[in-house]
Write a protein that binds this ligand. Structure first.
Ligand SMILES: NC(=O)c1ccc[n+]([C@@H]2O[C@H](COP(=O)([O-])OP(=O)(O)OC[C@H]3O[C@@H](n4cnc5c(N)ncnc54)[C@H](O)[C@@H]3O)[C@@H](O)[C@H]2O)c1
Length: 313
């Protein structure tokens, strides 16, 4: 297939690109290398075409009409909850208007399907766990709101223009290439600190849980969605919540370093427990999360350890 991956220079998108190339698909990455995002030119392999462009740009039309993708994997986004709270207008410009530019041009270019990177943020504080596709959506951040709205637009474009879609609602994705400097993922932030023999901050009592899913498993879900999951949304998680304290202890074991801990108060909006039930993705996409958390954390640790001398932190 011919696939355009928007945001393909970023953390998750670049793993999808790798996986698509391994199956001999033709790939074009469209990415603005946004200064606050995790996108890096070096994440894009030689075998993929690369276009340095914003998804809001009118040039998207020419790229789509020339490349003629069968599928668009839409991973470019304003990806930060914190930035969305500070600047909801920017968040909506990229995550809503940018999406509409991608959808309009997908229709014009005869794209068959859009695979969309949705998020657990569409739910807000859960009533009941684990979260499923049917759980109530009460997002509490502009980012969660724009991701939720995006899924409504996907349904509209399917019913009015015949543009098929699959939306994948990711839990907390972790793995190689995740930016350890941002506010992105606690696992990569902790790994960065452990490798530099620094202390870590643990908020609340560290017993709050999230559903951590390995990025290569997420890439597999995207591969499955090329052919399956027509017109549906799926939660993509492991079904299991893991506490910050367990992450910390796992890294002590992997690294052999007892990083000093600075306790900190609970952050506003922090959720006590979170886990996703991936049964529907298993039934309809044939997807199961295969990577054990300790194995995924070790692979991520080794990845960053190799890069430490290169000063990649
Ligand atoms: N990391 C997670 O745990 C997680 C969880 C749920 C959903 N998501 C979603 O998955 C997608 C990928 O996230 P990620 O963690 O890999 O982040 P990332 O920042 O590493 O990747 C996003 C990419 O989008 C690009 N981008 C940003 N704005 C753009 C624009 N206006 N035009 C073109 N490109 C632009 C960035 O340069 C970057 O390469 C995003 O849509 C994000 O919202 C991520």
């Amino acid at each position: 297939m011919r696939v355009i991956v928007t945001g393909g220079a970023g953390f998750i998108g670049s793993h999808i690109v790798d996986r698509l190339l391994a199956d001999s698909h033709d790939v074009l990455v469209l990415d603005s290398l946004w200064e606050h995002g995790g996108g890096r030119r070096q994440n894009v392999p030689q075998r993929a075409a690369f276009v340095h462009m914003d998804i809001r740009d009118e040039g998207v039309k020419r790229i789509f009409s020339e490349f003629k993708p069968d599928v668009v994997s839409h991973h470019a986004a304003q990806h930060s909850v914190a930035i969305s709270a500070r600047d909801p207008q920017y968040d909506a410009q990229v995550n809503v208007l940018g999406l509409l530019n991608v959808l309009e041009n997908s229709v014009k270019a005869g794209v068959k399907k859009v695979i969309f990177a949705s998020s657990a943020a569409i739910y807000g504080p859960p009533d009941r766990l684990p979260l499923t596709e049917e759980s109530a959506q009460r997002p509490i951040s502009p980012y969660g709101i724009t991701k939720m709205i995006a899924e409504h637009y996907l349904r509209f474009y399917k019913s009015d223009h015949g543009l098929d879609f699959t939306a994948l609602r990711y839990g907390n994705v972790y793995g190689p290439r995740q930016d350890p400097n941002g506010e992105a993922g606690v696992i990569s932030i902790f790994i960065g600190k452990f490798l530099q023999q620094q202390g870590v901050r643990i908020d609340w009592d560290g017993e709050q849980t999230k559903d951590y899913v390995f990025v290569k498993d997420v890439a597999e879900a995207n591969l499955a969605a090329l052919e399956r999951g027509s017109g549906s949304s799926y939660v993509i998680g492991t079904g299991k919540g893991t506490s910050v304290n367990v992450l910390y202890r796992t890294l002590v074991e992997i690294s052999g370093f007892d990083a000093p801990v600075t306790p900190a108060p609970m952050r506003p909006g922090d959720i006590r427990e979170c886990a996703f039930d991936p049964s529907l993705a298993k039934r309809e996409l044939g997807w199961v999360p295969k990577t054990k958390l300790s194995d995924g954390m070790r692979e991520t640790f080794d990845y960053f350890k190799e890069r430490l001398p290169l000063g990649v932190f």
